[in-house]
Design a protein. Sequence first.
Length: 273
Amino acid sequence: MPSPTEITVSQLARLVGLPNSPLLVDVRPDDALVHDPHLIPGSIPRPEAKTDHLIAAIGKRSAVVVCADGGALSQGIAAWLRHAGVVAETLEGGYAAWQKAGQPLVTTKNLPPRDAQGRTVWVTRARPKVDRIACPWLIRRFVDPEAVFLFVASSEVLDAAKRFSATPFDIPDVFWSHRCERCSFDTMLEEFGLAIPALDRVATIVRGADTARPDLAPEAAGLLAASLGFSRMYRDDLEQLTAAMALYDAFYRWARDATEETHTWSEATGAKA
């Protein structure tokens, strides 16, 4: 039975990818990712394990500290964080327990380099509709919760990428983009190794909405309509991204937990079922 300051693998697995998920702080040393280039989805690697830096990064969020085995390293750091007023737990059994349980992992071999603050930085075309919102949602929920997104004019994406050490996505002839009939969201799922059934279902909806193929999923037309509505509601692309995150949160939670649920009206009782 875990202690009151530990969270089990099964408990954490139910939170990963959700907007209320705690911040996962992976404090394993640098060479751990060299030997095994994977992270628990939504983790930020902080191998230096300096508590004052961690406190600044975490802010008012709750946190789960992850080390190799759930031992002294993560427990000591979590204790210091609690001393500073942070709600912090450790993962029971650490990364090894998560891996042994067969839970999903993020492959980091193609993850873009991080900036001085430990964030990945991405750049794409301004005025996003579907893919350019879906991809940032995926990254922030499953790959890098601190990721930075820059939206610039289409003609300036590659120059901005060079000037600001950012990774371009969802433009022609770059790594993180469409491949044949699959969209950038599909590419990211594949390259990050995110084999999660609910994400596969969301990917089909995104692909249908983004490539004018509403026949791929009944929900695709609805996603396209909502996406076009968001693009007209907001002049600021970052405000649009912030607002539309909830849309993808809802699709993901539906895809994970509610695909068999229906909603009907009973004339006999006047009640909704």
